[in-house]
Design a protein around this ligand. Structure first.
Ligand SMILES: [Zn+2]
Length: 498
C-alpha cells in the first residue's frame, strides 16, 4: 500500500488536511447526487467528476472505497416561500418536457436512467449503491420520530421541524452562525407561524394534495430534502463517514442540516471531512437557458457530436476548488490532448511487434505517473496532474521511431495507469492495456470494415497509397484499427471511440 497522504481541502476546518480513514485502507465516502426532475447539466457533472476523481485517486493508493451517491426522486421546494415555493418534481411534470410522462414516478425513473447513461458516457466509476429517497421512506420517518423523541424536532399543524436551537453547533460547517439571518438563505424552509425560529427547517411536510405522499405518524405528506442524505449515508456507510462531497451550493443549508440531524441522532460526528466543488460558468457567465449557454451532457454529445471523454477531460481541467470557465476552446484543447494519447497508444501498439530491445522509457514514465498521482493527492490538483500525464506522451513520441516491444509495453502500461487514474482513456476489457491490446487483435470486425480493408490491400498492391491511407482513416472512423501481418490484416477496436 502506498505511503502517500491524500490531502484535500476540508470545508469544516477550512484547511487542507490529509484524509484520515476510520478503518485503515477503507474509504467510506458519500456524495450528493442529482434531483431527477430534468437532465443533469455539465455543472452538476463537474461536481460528480470531483467525487469520481476522489474514488480513482483512493483506488490508485490501494484503498478499498465504499462509495455511495444518492438520487433525489422526491421533490424539494424551489423556494422558501410557502405559496410561491414549488416542488421540483411537480414542476418537472408540469413543464413542456413533462407532458411525455404519465405521472411523477414515471418522470423520476426516466431522468434517473438518463442520469446514469450520462454518468457512463463520461466514464464515472459506478458507486457501490445509488440509493433513492423514495426507497428509504421508512428510515426517514423513523429518523424524524427519533429526532422528536430526543427533543430536536417538533410538530406543527403544517409539518415537523428541526429545532436549530437544540443543536448549538448549527452553523459550524458553513460558518453561518447568525441565526436571525439564516432563514433568509434557507431554500428549503417553509414560512410557518408555528415554527419556533425562522431558521428551523422541515423534516416532514404535511400535504395530502402532494403528488408524492406517504403515510406517517403525522398524517399524509413527504420528507424534507435534507433528511434523506443523513439517513442513506448512515444506512450504507455507518454513523461516521470519512468523507462527504457535493457542490458548493450544498454547503448551506443542505449539508449544514445533514450535520445537525445526523449528529443529534447518533451523538457522533457525521462526516470527518467535507469537500465542495466550485461552480462552472460557460463563456464567463452563469449557465442559463435564456443566455443560450446551458448545456447538458447529451446536448453536447448527441447534439454537437462532442466526444464524451473530451468533455470529461475539459470538465476536470481546472481543480475542483476553483471556478471553471468552460468554453469551446477548453473543449477543443481537450480534444487535441486526447488525440495525442490515442496516437501514442497507436504507435506503442505498432511497436509491440518489434524485437524487445531495452526498455528506454519505463523508468521515466513511472516517475511521471508518480508525479501525476502526487498532484492528485495534493487536493486533486488536476491541472498539474494533466500536465504531468501529458509529458508522458511526449516521452513516447520522442522514442516512437526507435522503441522496441519492451518500451512499447511500458508505454501501454503508463497509458493504462493514467486511464485508471484520470478516466479519459478507456482500455478494452478489465485487464491492463497491454493484455487488452494484444487480445484485441483477435477481434472480429463488421463486414463493412473487412470490405474496406480488402479495398485498402488492393490499393496498396497497385501502389495507390493515397487511397490506402484514406481507407485506413475510414476504418479508424468506423472504430477499428488495422495492422498488416504476413498472415493478412488483423483488426483491433480503437481503445477510445471517436
Ligand atoms: Zn444530499
Amino acid at each position: 500500500m502506498s505511503q502517500r497522504e491524500f490531502r484535500l481541502y476540508d470545508t469544516l476546518t477550512r484547511s487542507v488536511k490529509p484524509l484520515v480513514l476510520a478503518e485503515p485502507g477503507h474509504l467510506r465516502f458519500y456524495s450528493c447526487g442529482p434531483t431527477v426532475y430534468s437532465y443533469a447539466h455539465i455543472g452538476n457533472f463537474r461536481t460528480f467528476l470531483t467525487a469520481d476523481l476522489v474514488v480513482r485517486t483512493a483506488q490508485a493508493l490501494g484503498w478499498r472505497v465504499s462509495y455511495v451517491s444518492n438520487i433525489t426522486d422526491v421533490g424539494h421546494l424551489t423556494s422558501d416561500d410557502q405559496d410561491g415555493g414549488e416542488d421540483r418534481m411537480e414542476k418537472g411534470l408540469k413543464s413542456k418536457e413533462g407532458e411525455a410522462f404519465v405521472n411523477v414516478w414515471d418522470l423520476a425513473d426516466y431522468y434517473a436512467d438518463c442520469f446514469k447513461e450520462d454518468w457512463a458516457r463520461l466514464n464515472l466509476r459506478r458507486p457501490l449503491v445509488w440509493p433513492r429517497a423514495t426507497q428509504h421512506m421508512r428510515e426517514q420517518i423513523l429518523a424524524v420520530e427519533h429526532l422528536i423523541e430526543r427533543g430536536n424536532a417538533y410538530e406543527t399543524p403544517t409539518g415537523v421541524y428541526f429545532s436549530v436551537a437544540s443543536f448549538p453547533e448549527y452553523g459550524k460547517l458553513s460558518g453561518n452562525k447568525d441565526r436571525e439571518n439564516l432563514f433568509q438563505a434557507v431554500r428549503n424552509v417553509v414560512q410557518d407561524d408555528n415554527k419556533r425560529e425562522p431558521a428551523d427547517f422541515a423534516l416532514w411536510k404535511k400535504d395530502d394534495k402532494h403528488l408524492m405522499q406517504w403515510y406517517s405518524p403525522w398524517g399524509w405528506g413527504f420528507p424534507g430534502w435534507h433528511i434523506e442524505c443523513s439517513v442513506m449515508a448512515m444506512q450504507y456507510l455507518g454513523e461516521t463517514i470519512d468523507l462527504h462531497a457535493g457542490g458548493e451550493d450544498l454547503v448551506f443549508p443542505h449539508h449544514e442540516c445533514e450535520v445537525a440531524q445526523s449528529e443529534c441522532l447518533t451523538g457522533k460526528p457525521f462526516a470527518n471531512h467535507w469537500i465542495h466543488t466550485r461552480f462552472l460558468q460557460v463563456d464567463g457567465a452563469k449557465m442559463s437557458k435564456s443566455l443560450g449557454n446551458f448545456f447538458t451532457v447529451r446536448d453536447l454529445v448527441e447534439g454537437k457530436g462532442v466526444d464524451p471523454l473530451a468533455l470529461r477531460y475539459a470538465l476536470i481541467s481546472v481543480p475542483y476548488g476553483k471556478p471553471l470557465n468552460f468554453t469551446m476552446q477548453t473543449l477543443r484543447d481537450a480534444t487535441k490532448n486526447l488525440e495525442r494519447y490515442r496516437e501514442c497508444e497507436r504507435l506503442a501498439i505498432l511497436a509491440l511487434d518489434r524485437p524487445d530491445g531495452a526498455d528506454t522509457i519505463g523508468a521515466e514514465l513511472d516517475a511521471l505517473f508518480d508525479a501525476t498521482l502526487d498532484a492528485m493527492c495534493d487536493d486533486l490538483n488536476t491541472s498539474v496532474a494533466l500536465a504531468k500525464a501529458l509529458e508522458g506522451t511526449g516521452v513516447v513520441f520522442r522514442e516512437s521511431a526507435s522503441m522496441g516491444a519492451a518500451s512499447a509495453r511500458s508505454a501501454l502500461r503508463f497509458l493504462a495507469r493514467i486511464g485508471d487514474l484520470l478516466g479519459f482513456l478507456v482500455p478494452r476489457g478489465d485487464g491492463p492495456v497491454e493484455t487488452a491490446a494484444v487480445a484485441a487483435f483477435e477481434d472480429e470486425p463488421p463486414a463493412l470494415v473487412i470490405e474496406m480493408s480488402e479495398r485498402r490491400l488492393e490499393a496498396k498492391r497497385v501502389k495507390d497509397f493515397a487511397l490506402a491511407d484514406r481507407l485506413r482513416l475510414e476504418i479508424e472512423e468506423a472504430g477499428w484499427e488495422v495492422r498488416d501481418t504476413p498472415e493478412g490484416p488483423q483488426f483491433k477496436r480503437r481503445m477510445v471511440p471517436l
